[in-house]
Design a protein around this ligand. Sequence first.
Ligand SMILES: [Zn+2]
Length: 87
Amino acid sequence: MSQEMFWLIFIGIWVIAIANIMFRLLRFYSLPSLKTYIRNHPDCKTQSGIACCHCGSKSIRLWGLTSPESILKIFLCNHCGSRLYRN
Ligand SMILES: [Zn+2]
């Protein structure tokens, strides 16, 4: 492999990795916070927790932005799969 080809592949991998992280961050920050979600959907705050504004399900799961251990979490509806809010 020529040196130019090595650097082309090296830089290409970095560009794809950075684009992937930027896409995830944009998707994360496009979601409302829990406070905003409740303000926009006040009926979704129930005595037993938060409900999905699309289907009413109270089964909500956490999804780490980059991995299950990520501190940035997206809350998804387990029933319809909608992205609801972020932490
Ligand atoms: Zn739902």
